[in-house]
Design a protein around this ligand. Structure first.
Ligand code: F6R
Length: 247
């Protein structure tokens, strides 16, 4: 596990984008796992800039998103499908047939989860998985208590996640209470994992994940078991670390 601490959110976003660009240049048909939320917005802006100004091409890249709300149509402004279109996909040259996001409107959700796992395998597995971290230590929608070996499946959102995500909806009542999420076991099969966190609000979760014990109560702590994990932080997200990570 390599912990990289950057001074600001912008530095963090630029650095993470540079690492991804490097992977795409070395392997143009990279299979890239993506996250939604506030954290990767700067990273996506930077990837778009690299595409426009530096010729970074996503034409052969395949993407797999971590999760999607159940019951929101793709056209809903808060669906993760919509989020990805607006914040990344429509600005780059990615092949629309190589974009995978779980379908939260699928008539048979279990079959959809199974299908999603099969597509990851069919595309050769995920090379680089980008992760955010919830204030409660979740990764994707694997909330505290999730099996560390779990696969893509339905999860009920923790109360704190519903509250955290209410900022994107008019009221907390409108936040879907269930989602399809890649499992922790699925995420751990990615060849590299980049966990990105920004801001003081994530400092306690980051500390628990990388300096605490590995436990299902802090799903992100499983990253300690990954063979090639990077934890990319800004100063504020790193502010509670007490070990050797202050470089
Ligand atoms: C989103 C996802 C979530 C977020 C996490 C942090 O696809 O998987 O686990 O990464 O909730 O969200 P932000 O970045 O909004 O703080």
């Amino acid at each position: 596990m390599l912990v990289l601490i950057k001074e600001t959110y912008d530095d963090l976003s630029r650095h993470t984008a540079g690492m991804i660009a490097d992977r795409i240049r070395r392997k143009p048909d990279l299979v890239l796992g993506l996250a939604t939320g506030t954290t990767p917005l700067g990273l996506y802006r930077e990837l778009i800039r690299l595409h426009r100004n530096d010729g970074l091409s996503f034409a052969r890249v395949t993407t797999f998103n971590l999760d999607e709300y159940i019951g929101l149509p793709r056209t809903h402004p808060q669906s993760y499908y919509h989020f990805m279109q607006e914040n990344l996909f429509r600005h780059i040259d990615v092949d629309p047939t190589a974009i995978y996001i779980p379908d939260g409107m699928a008539p048979d959700i279990d079959a959809q989860c199974e299908w999603y796992e099969q597509q990851i395998v069919r595309r050769g597995g995920i090379d680089v998985q980008i992760l955010g971290i919830g204030a409660n230590g979740h990764i994707a929608f694997n909330e505290p208590g999730s099996s560390l070996g779990s696969r893509t499946r339905i999860k009920t959102l923790a109360d704190q996640t519903v509250k955290d995500n209410a900022r994107f909806f008019k009221t907390a009542d409108e936040v879907p209470k269930t989602a399809i999420t890649m499992g922790i076991g699925t995420i751990m099969e990615a060849r590299e994992v980049f966990l990105v966190a920004s801001g003081a609000g994530k400092a306690a979760a980051v500390k628990a994940a990388i300096e605490g014990p590995i436990t299902a109560m802090v799903p992100a702590s499983i990253i300690q078991m990954h063979r090639k994990a990077y934890v990319l932080l800004d100063r504020d997200a790193a502010s509670q670390l007490t070990h050797t990570f202050r470089g």
